[in-house]
Design a protein around this ligand. Structure first.
Ligand SMILES: [Zn+2]
Length: 358
């Protein structure tokens, strides 16, 4: 029976000292709870404020818990009344609400997935950029040295390029390096690419590697410059380090969500391998191309040698498929299209400025 004064009902009572269950009559009003046995003798009388209701989880039975450890199984009809008066476990009431509303659950899951995706797509890259810019040179050097050691062991041999030609390319590189002026400095080394073929890449420390095959493949010093400018743009923007930090960030997020602390502790030693295996994103490649193109355009130089060497490298399949780090360059057609688009927009801008000047 439920009325405005309170409720009275029969229920099952556990005294908290034994597992014995007994039928009782319970009277509830707004202030008091009284438990009587079927003969009418009072077994327990306590202020309602000192009682609590077990949390609503699924369809499990609910109990009114008393301060002395006694419990009373509560009928469904009285649960609403008790919930209103006890306001017990507001958090768990929410869980119950969610459990009983599957659409809300589905929407919550979708919201959670969206949040995790947004975090990985936007927050982690932004954080990675800040972390990369603040990374001390010592750490960049150590990651780069380890990565280079692996690449030397796995792919490269000592350069066989004639010292005179090496000197020429070093001079081109030094001039470019002075203009790009990456904070971490820059060094050029030569390697025989072997199976890797004609290629060049940069490590976060500012170490740029060019293979003998690429120097020989280039038809002019301008083509070599184009390739080196692209690599220096990666160094300047710390693309390699940002990519590694992004991947490590996603890895840390997933490990944290899964509670996998052991994987987190091994992260430090896997950074160089991440660097070798991760490659650059399409966005970083476009940025590096545009930075290199901007470099030549502001000096009034043609982009043709850069475009030409890229075209021939991809057409002749000189880009290797052995390590993704070395083979990360995107679809060559799209790449050349976006270089041309960048050039057109640069020239439009220049034209606009000239007209403004007139
Ligand atoms: Zn690149």
């Amino acid at each position: 029976m439920v009325n405005s004064a309170g409720v009275e009902f029969q229920g099952i009572y556990f005294d908290g000292r034994s597992s014995l269950a007994q039928e009782v009559v319970c009277t509830l009003d707004h202030e008091q709870v009284a438990i009587r046995n079927l003969s009418g003798a009072i077994l327990l009388q306590v202020a309602l404020a000192r009682c609590s209701l077990t949390p609503p989880l699924g369809s499990s039975r609910r109990f009114l818990k008393f301060p002395g450890g006694e419990r009373l199984q509560v009928e469904e009809a009285t649960v609403t009344f008790l919930d209103e008066h006890l306001r017990s476990h507001p958090g768990l009431q929410f869980v119950h609400l969610v459990e009983s509303h599957w659409r809300l659950v589905a929407a919550s899951m979708a919201g959670l997935i969206l949040c995790v995706w947004a975090f990985m797509a936007f927050a982690i890259p932004q954080l990675a950029e800040k972390v990369a810019l603040a990374t001390p040179p010592g750490l960049m050097n150590s990651i780069s040295d380890d990565a280079m050691e692996f690449l030397d062991r796995r792919f490269f041999a000592a350069s066989e390029l004639a010292p005179g030609r090496q000197g020429e390319v070093q001079n081109l590189f030094r001039a470019l390096c002075g203009d790009f002026a990456p904070a971490q400095g820059c060094t050029l080394v030569f390697r025989k690419g072997g199976a890797v073929g004609a290629n060049a890449f940069a490590l976060p420390s500012g170490l740029v590697v060019i293979t003998d095959e690429l120097v020989e493949f280039a038809l002019s010093n301008e083509e070599v410059e184009g390739v080196l400018a692209h690599e220096l743009a990666h160094v300047k923007a710390r693309h390699g380090l940002r990519r590694v930090i992004q991947q490590a960030g996603v890895f840390m997020l997933i490990s944290t969500l899964l509670g996998d602390v052991a994987s987190l502790t091994s992260l430090g030693s896997t950074l160089p391998m991440m660097l070798v295996e991760s490659g650059y994103s399409r966005q970083f490649e476009r940025e590096a191309d545009e930075h290199a193109c901007g470099y030549f355009l502001v000096r009034g130089r043609s982009l043709e040698p850069f475009k030409e060497v890229l075209q021939r490298l991809t057409r002749d399949h000189h880009l290797p498929a052995l390590a993704s780090f070395l083979a990360s360059h995107p679809d060559p057609v799209k790449r050349l299209n976006s270089i041309e688009e960048f050039e057109r927009s640069y020239r439009r801008q220049q034209g606009g400025e000239l007209e403004d000047g007139i």
